[in-house]
Design a protein around this ligand. Structure first.
Ligand SMILES: CC(=O)N[C@H]1[C@@H](OP(=O)(O)OP(=O)(O)OC[C@H]2O[C@@H](n3ccc(=O)[nH]c3=O)[C@H](O)[C@@H]2O)O[C@H](CO)[C@@H](O)[C@@H]1O
Ligand SMILES: C=C(OP(=O)(O)O)C(=O)O
Length: 422
């Protein structure tokens, strides 16, 4: 089984580069199928999720070339409205091909998607959106089928500002007849990046980044070049690692306005940060003051940094409270961190994190960000940490071993190998 081996308590120092954002790249790669001609996407992170999505696109008939973080997608030969069921189950974002193929061919089919196991992950809001655009929806034997003879604009109020539902409705509405209004839309930076790409392709979208998005459907979209925004969650993960075990770490390729909630909390904890136009410089503080964290949709504190921040809180002077409001069951890392000596008491959606001495142990990455949290804990702990089930981590962190080794971390992947599909 593939594992990470981490020898803790080595000071991190130097520059670490953030890749393009997974959660922007996946909808944008899907959106490339909407066009009639080839798109060139830059700063695409080389991740398991990205490779699996590219393989799905190829099976649908698209030509995909992915080299050195540049992905060229020629959708002109797409002839299949259905995704490969095995591949589609390996990631969450495969369901974006529902919105895309509904707009492109009036028909789409996919298996219910995969992604991190962090609680119930319904897709009712996606389906509510498709129905409002005139589509019929069928779920049978674990597959979703959507069909519309005449996809037309509609008005949708999202009961929760779901990222995935906002993306899927934007994708479908971009080429529907007439005007769509999404109310209580998600405001995440990845939504704005998708809107920017669709707009250069010829779509008519206003309001991305606010809670009301208006889309006037167009007949055609043209392939374009687009550069993916930096990954704010990867940036946050490295910044937290630097704040725990760093001595002058520079995290490069960061849009600091995207990670203000994290930077504010770290400052409250007493960490010294220097922001500049392309990154954040950080060192570990001698003493950390405790804070409370509550995850919320953007611009609140991101749930995808909750696990990593919990590790940081184990090093604070007093207990801190972490409240998870986005996902109903995103605390699997607590039991794994307990193996490393972390004293964390869970009560419903709230975890009380006590100051704890971390020691190396054999642990399991139960999901993507849990895995990232265990790596950070391993870097700060005394002794050897072995992280199992690392395929979760490789869904969302590009070259994490090489990157961390570059700032002095003692971390190895066994066996040494490159990320592929599956
Ligand atoms: C590929 C991707 O971009 N993944 C991110 C995306 O996931 P994802 O897009 O799946 O997350 P959503 O914003 O949709 O989900 C947030 C909440 O809404 C609920 N919900 C969602 C859809 C729906 O139809 N019905 C419903 O009730 C979910 O159960 C959850 O409680 O945003 C999450 C919240 O920032 C992040 O943790 C994920 O990293
Ligand atoms: C939960 C995550 O991803 P996904 O939605 O792809 O499972 C994540 O990126 O932390």
């Amino acid at each position: 089984m593939d594992k990470f081996y981490i020898e803790g308590r080595n000071k991190l120092k130097g520059e670490i580069q953030v890749s393009g954002a997974k959660n922007a790249a996946l909808p944008i790669i899907s959106a490339a199928l909407l066009a009639e001609s080839k798109s060139t996407l830059l700063d695409i992170p080389d991740l398991r999720d990205v490779r699996n999505l590219a393989a799905i696109l190829e099976k649908m008939g698209a030509k995909v070339d992915f080299t050195d973080n540049k992905m060229e997608i020629d959708p002109s030969s797409v002839n299949n409205h259905a995704t490969d069921p095995e591949l589609a189950r390996k990631l969450r974002a495969s369901y974006y091909l529902l919105g895309v193929m509904l707009a492109k061919k009036g028909r789409a089919r996919t298996s219910l998607p995969g992604g991190c196991n962090i609680g119930n992950r319904p897709i009712d809001l996606h389906l509510k959106g498709f129905k409002a655009l005139g589509a019929e929806v069928n779920i049978e034997h674990g597959h979703v089928e959507v069909e519309a003879e005449n996809l037309r604009g509609g008005q949708i109020y999202l009961d929760y500002p779901s990222v995935g539902a906002t993306v899927n409705i934007m994708l479908a509405a971009s080429m529907a007849d007439g005007k769509t209004i999404i109310e209580n839309a998600a405001r995440e930076p990845e939504i704005i990046d998708l809107a920017n790409y669709l707009t250069v392709m010829g779509a008519n979208i206003k309001g991305a980044g606010t809670d009301i998005i208006k889309i006037e459907g167009v007949d055609k979209l043209k392939g374009q070049e687009h550069r993916i925004i930096p990954d704010r969650i990867e940036a946050g993960t490295f910044i937290i690692a630097g704040a725990m075990a760093g001595e002058d770490v520079y995290v490069k390729n960061v849009l600091v306005e995207h990670i203000k909630p994290l930077l504010a909390k770290l400052t409250e904890m007493g960490v010294e940060l220097e922001e500049d136009i392309s990154g954040v410089r950080i060192s570990a503080a001698d003493e950390l003051k405790s804070v409370d964290i509550k995850t919320l949709p953007y611009p609140g504190f991101p749930t995808d940094l909750q696990a990593q921040m919990m590790v940081m809180l184990t090093q604070a002077d007093e207990p801190g409270v972490v409240t998870e409001t986005v996902w109903e069951d995103r605390f699997a890392h607590i039991d794994e961190l307990a193996r490393m000596g972390a004293k964390i008491k869970l009560d419903g959606h709230t975890a009380l994190v006590h100051p704890s001495e971390l020691q190396g142990a054999e642990v399991e990455a139960t999901d993507l960000r849990a895995g990232a949290a265990l790596i950070i804990a391993g870097l700060a702990a005394e002794g050897l940490t072995v992280v199992n089930e690392i395929s979760h981590v490789e869904r969302g962190y590009e070259n994490i071993v090489d990157k961390l080794q570059g700032i002095g971390a003692v971390i190895q992947r066994e066996p040494v190998s490159k990320v592929t599909t599956a």
